[in-house]
Design a protein around this ligand. Structure first.
Ligand code: ING
Length: 318
């Protein structure tokens, strides 16, 4: 048995004017609770240092950039890394990443995995950016992730905490490809932070199902890939927008084994035996025996029913 004692580190709302120091103080409080309950790892939400700013159409680039981290750890987040090392606990943290690559500025919706020594062992950049790129005033609130972030292009798996760990962010959890690409790398625990409004302006008829869909997709991803899945919300009414809670820990069986019951700062815990993955990976979902990739070609050749992966219309190639 390979146990990882995992804590969900759910956050309630972060106000637009809250400082990173205030957010780090809350994250630290959750980390202390998790450690005093014997946890090896705590998983925080997406964009856990600031409010979910893509809900606004902001024109001033310096105002937008105020929601990003140029360094990780930076002056205000170093305290969280120091506490992790002092307590001997690792963490997953979602944040807005501003990085300069070959002199060019890039902005990602990112997450990192930090081990018990306080070292960053993996970084992930959100692949599936939902919402829209232009101001759409008809909406009660915007969802401008396609405007403010560049997409990432890979789902990695890293050896840490005694097993194979993977990361995803929010909308990624709705796409089966997210889990399958990591499943094909043998992932045993997928860590996912999210900020999910209850109301989805293009499809209000889905609102009553937002918590059901949240669990559905993570339970499916867990079972179909024989992996643990940890989903962690930034919940509650944040700058007037009600965001779902539903933070939970899901076993490779697909069963929810721990869950939060509030929409505020709260931990939920589970003793996760990574060896529970084996009975699924070696039988029902033994990919090397059962998968038929030659039947799946469309999954990578096409974007959707009408477009090829390169954006050209389906059927124009013949
Ligand atoms: N948020 C939402 C999510 O995928 C969304 C966007 C809400 C999509 C409701 C569909 C329905 O959970 C982020 N940040 O991706």
């Amino acid at each position: 048995m390979r146990f990882v004692n995992v804590a969900v580190g759910q956050l309630g709302p972060i106000a637009r004017n809250d400082t990173r120091t205030q957010a780090v103080a809350r994250l630290s409080g959750l980390m202390r609770q998790a450690r005093s309950n014997g946890c090896d790892l705590i998983v925080y939400p997406e964009l856990a240092l600031t409010t979910f700013f893509p809900r606004w159409y902001i024109e001033d680039q310096s105002e937008i950039d105020g929601f990003f981290e140029r360094e990780m750890p930076g002056p205000e987040t170093q305290a969280l890394f120091d506490l992790a090392r002092e307590l001997g606990i690792g963490f997953y943290l979602g944040y807005g990443e501003l990085s300069i690559e070959d002199g060019v500025l890039h902005r990602y919706n990112s997450s990192i995995l930090v081990d018990k020594s306080g070292a960053i062992v993996a970084k992930y950049r959100k692949v599936h950016l939902p919402g829209h790129a232009e101001h759409e005033p008809w909406r009660e609130f915007q969802h401008l992730e396609k405007r403010y972030f560049e997409p990432g292009n890979r789902f990695g798996v890293v050896e840490a905490f005694g097993g194979l760990m993977g990361m995803a962010i929010c909308n990624d959890r709705r796409w089966s490809e997210t889990y399958r690409v990591m499943g094909l790398q043998g992932v045993e625990m997928v860590l996912i932070g999210y900020n999910t409004p209850v109301h989805n302006p293009p499809a209000p008829e889905h609102d009553d199902l937002s918590l059901f869909h949240n669990e559905l997709v993570m339970q499916a991803g867990a079972y179909q890939n024989g992996t643990w899945v940890v989903g962690v919300a930034k919940a509650g009414i944040e700058e007037g927008v009600d965001q779902i809670g539903g933070s939970c820990i899901i076993a490779p069986s697909g069963e929810v084994v721990a869950a939060c019951t509030t929409k505020g700062d709260e931990i939920a815990l589970a003793r996760c035996d990574l060896d529970l993955c084996n009975s699924y990976k070696r039988t029902t979902f033994n990919f090397d025996i059962h998968r038929q990739p030659r039947a799946y070609r469309m999954i990578v050749e096409r974007k959707g029913k009408n477009l090829m992966a390169d954006g050209t219309p389906v059927g124009s190639g013949e």
